[in-house]
Design a protein around this ligand. Structure first.
Ligand code: FNR
Length: 186
C-alpha cells in the first residue's frame, strides 16, 4: 500500500483540519496509509542551525523521503497559511541544495468554518510548493466549509454530496501517488 505523509497546519487540540484529515484517511482505507507528522515538534526555523540540523527537522526530512506522497491539510490564518506550516516548509527546503519537497507527489486541501474554505491559504500554499518543486496535483481543488456536524465522531462525512466529492478527491490523489499503478501490477 502506498504511504502518505500528512501535514496538518494546526496545533489546536480540536483542529477541524485534523478531523478533516482523519475523514480523508477513512475514505482512503485500504488504498493509502496515512502517517501524521506533528508540526509542533519543530523549533522555529533559524538558518544558524542549518549546518547542524535539529533532530526534529531532520526527522521531518526523513519522513518526507520515506513516504510515497504528501497531503497538506491547511487552515487559513489571516488570508495565508499558519506560521507552523510555513516553518515546516522552510525546514524541509534546507540545507541549501537538499530540498526534500522536490518531486514529491503532493496534494493540498483545507478547511475553515467560513464559506471560503481556506481558499486564500491554499492559493499561497500552492505557490510555495511550486517554487519548492513539489509535484503538485492541481485538481480537484478542495475548499471545505467545515460546519460542526459535517464530520461525525467516527470520522464519517455526514453529507452525501460532500462525501462523494471527497471520495473523488481521494481517488485522484491515490492515482497521483501511484497506488493505482501499484495495484494494477500486483
Ligand atoms: C483565523 N481564522 C480564519 N479563517 C478564515 O477562513 N480566514 C482567515 O483569514 C482566518 N484568519 C485567522 C487568523 C487566526 C490567527 C486564527 C487563529 C484563525 C479562523 C480559522 O479558520 C479557524 O480558527 C479554524 O478552526 C482553524 O483551523 P483549525 O486550527 O481548527 O484546524
Amino acid at each position: 500500500m502506498k504511504k502518505v505523509l500528512v501535514l496538518v497546519g494546526s496545533n489546536r487540540r480540536e483542529s477541524i483540519n485534523l478531523k478533516f484529515a482523519q475523514a480523508l484517511e477513512k475514505l482512503a482505507e485500504g488504498r493509502l496509509e496515512f502517517e501524521y507528522f506533528d508540526l509542533s515538534t519543530l523549533p522555529m526555523y533559524n538558518d544558524d542551525d542549518a549546518a547542524d540540523y535539529p533532530a526534529a527537522a531532520q526527522h521531518l526530512k526523513d519522513r518526507i523521503g520515506a513516504n510515497d506522497g504528501l497531503l497538506i491539510v491547511t487552515p487559513e490564518h489571516n488570508r495565508s497559511i499558519p506560521a507552523i506550516l510555513k516553518n515546516a516548509l522552510d525546514w524541509g527546503s534546507r540545507p541549501w541544495g537538499m530540498n526534500s519537497w522536490t518531486g514529491r507527489p503532493t496534494a493540498v486541501v483545507g478547511a475553515s468554518p467560513g464559506a471560503m474554505g481556506a481558499i486564500a491559504a491554499q492559493i499561497h500554499l500552492r505557490s510555495i510548493l511550486v517554487s519548492l518543486g513539489a509535484t503538485l496535483m492541481t485538481s480537484p481543488e478542495v475548499y471545505l466549509q467545515l460546519k460542526p456536524d459535517l464530520i461525525d465522531g467516527n470520522r464519517d462525512i455526514t453529507n452525501e454530496d460532500t462525501r462523494a466529492f471527497l471520495a473523488g478527491f481521494v481517488d485522484r490523489f491515490s492515482a497521483w501517488v501511484g497506488a493505482d499503478a501499484e495495484r494494477a501490477a500486483a
